[in-house]
Design a protein. Structure first.
Length: 98
């Protein structure tokens, strides 16, 4: 006979874990896509978005993404790897040493 409650618990845990890993990974990608802050002009206002990007001579600034966004992306990627490794540990009985 099938233990349906145990089946539902495993199904719920697998669904939650899959959604959690995908959410962490996509959040990490979003942090990597964080643009550089706009520069301030001499009068204190922010630089406009710039000309349309149909020209081959686009200005490229050296600022890059903020450091906090890179750190947050690495934390998200690390947590998603950790969750996957814990899942593998729980699935493979040969890894259980106790």
């Amino acid at each position: 006979m099938i233990d349906w409650m145990a089946f539902l618990i495993v199904f719920g845990a697998a669904l939650f874990s899959a959604v959690f890993v995908v959410a962490l990974y996509s959040l990490g990608l979003r942090f990597l896509a964080t643009p550089a802050p706009r520069a301030r002009l001499a009068d204190g206002s922010l630089e406009p978005n710039g000309p349309s990007r149909d020209d081959e001579d686009d200005d490229v600034d050296d600022i890059g993404r903020p450091r906090w966004a890179t750190i947050a992306a690495n934390v998200c990627f690390g947590l998603s790897v950790l969750v996957v490794l814990i899942g593998i540990f729980l699935i493979i009985p040969a890894l259980h040493f106790w």
